[in-house]
Design a protein around this ligand. Structure first.
Ligand code: GDD
Ligand code: MG
Length: 360
């Protein structure tokens, strides 16, 4: 087993409103573009050749990762003119694969942070003789995912993408976005048109009697689909809860990049990342948050579970909890911002404009 396809295209890849020009896989998590963690984990599991299937803003990947040799990988890039969907993207890169018809090819959704034992998934695939093997995880609310019920041998019995009705919620097992395909199965996906692997390929394979095998585990798993999830994932990487060989430096309570400046009495905890050239002023407290490059937290500000975009500024004594501040935005002093608020890129919030507490 040596190759993988990484799906990093589609329409939903922008981490709004944080990034005007950066697709989500390139937003830093624990100090490096998120995609680095997936690439490094695949490499650590013995993968040598990875094809990035891209569509939207594809041109940012290659200048950063090049031929992959820095990561010990051989990387190729294939750009779709129009997004081809997950299945179409897989089919579109088939000509770049080196594997023989019966050999396994790994496929990963590009927005997942996970502790998946990749070798174990490949071993499950080989042992079961399946056509496709899927990593499954259990979640409290499966509605935003693909539901994958299995029988008592782990064989997949149905695939229900984004169930709409309560009757369709037949299991808490969901598609965790990592598959092993027998190479020849990839070649059966129709070429040259959009195909959803979840809505079309998997149901059709099941209907035709193909063997889809599930591997359920309880390892770390997080879909980074929202900025809040992204902040959580970045903190978990720093804290060592989400394993990645690409975290720069040792895991611990914080990651302060070498060019960042943190006042001696500022308190940085909970897996916070202080990005390149970012600044944290005197007496500020930052917990479980991500400060992207060049962000500024002024003295006395308190920032918790929040994402502070590149070059954004948080004014003195402002208190942020669960906030997402776009690149270049300016939150003036003495504001109080709470869960779910998003300040758009380059917006300015004057001093003392938003509060939840009393007038005092
Ligand atoms: N190249 C390419 N082209 N990639 C695509 C395209 C496309 O047209 N469409 C989506 N992708 C990539 C996305 O970048 C992402 O990495 C992955 O395919 C999955 O697409 P999402 O749009 O993030 O899907 P989702 O999160 O709603 O659902 C998927 O992931 C869930 C787990 O997080 C499905 O696979 C679900 O079944 C699954 O449970
Ligand atoms: Mg997703």
């Amino acid at each position: 087993m040596t190759e993988a396809i990484l799906l990093v295209g589609g329409k939903g890849t922008r981490l709004r409103p944080l990034t005007v020009n950066t697709p989500k896989p390139m937003v830093p998590a624990a100090g490096v573009p998120f995609l680095t963690h997936q690439l490094a984990r695949a490499k650590a599991a013995g993968v040598e050749h990875i094809v990035l299937a891209t569509s939207y803003l594809a041109e940012v990947f290659e200048p950063h990762f090049g031929d992959g040799s820095d990561l010990g990988l051989s990387l190729e890039y294939v750009t779709e003119e129009e997004p081809l969907g997950t299945g179409g993207a897989i089919r579109n890169v088939a000509s770049r694969l080196h594997s023989g018809p019966d050999e396994p090819v790994l496929i990963f959704n590009g927005d997942i942070l996970t502790g998946l034992d990749i070798r174990a998934l490949v071993a499950t695939h080989a042992d079961s003789g399946a056509d496709v093997s899927l990593h499954l995880t259990r979640v409290d609310d499966p509605r935003a995912f693909g539901l994958v019920p299995t029988d008592d041998t782990g064989r997949v019995t149905a695939f229900l993408e984004k169930p709409q009705t309560p009757e369709e919620i037949v299991t808490d097992q969901i598609n965790a976005g990592a598959y092993v395909f027998r190479r020849s199965v990839i070649d059966t996906i129709p070429a040259g048109r959009p195909v959803s692997v979840e809505r079309e390929t998997f149901p059709e394979l099941l209907a035709s009697g193909a063997h889809l095998q599930g591997m359920v585990d309880s390892t770390y798993w997080l879909d980074l689909g929202t900025p809040q999830a992204f902040v959580r994932g970045s903190a978990d990487l720093v804290l060592g809860r989400a394993p990645s060989p690409a975290v720069p430096g040792r895991c611990g309570d914080r990651l302060v990049l070498p060019t960042a400046r943190v006042a001696p009495d500022a308190k940085i905890t909970g897996g916070t990342v202080v990005g390149a050239h970012a600044t944290v002023g005197e007496g500020a407290r930052v917990t479980g948050s991500t400060l992207l490059a060049g962000a500024v937290v002024e003295p006395g500000a308190v920032v918790t579970d929040s994402l502070i975009g590149a070059g954004a500024r948080i004014g003195a004594r402002s208190v942020l909890t669960g906030a997402v501040i776009g690149d270049g935005a300016h939150v003036g002093p003495d504001n109080e911002l709470r869960d779910g608020i998003r300040i758009w890129c380059d917006a300015t919030l004057p001093a003392g404009t938003v509060r939840f507490s009393s007038d005092q």
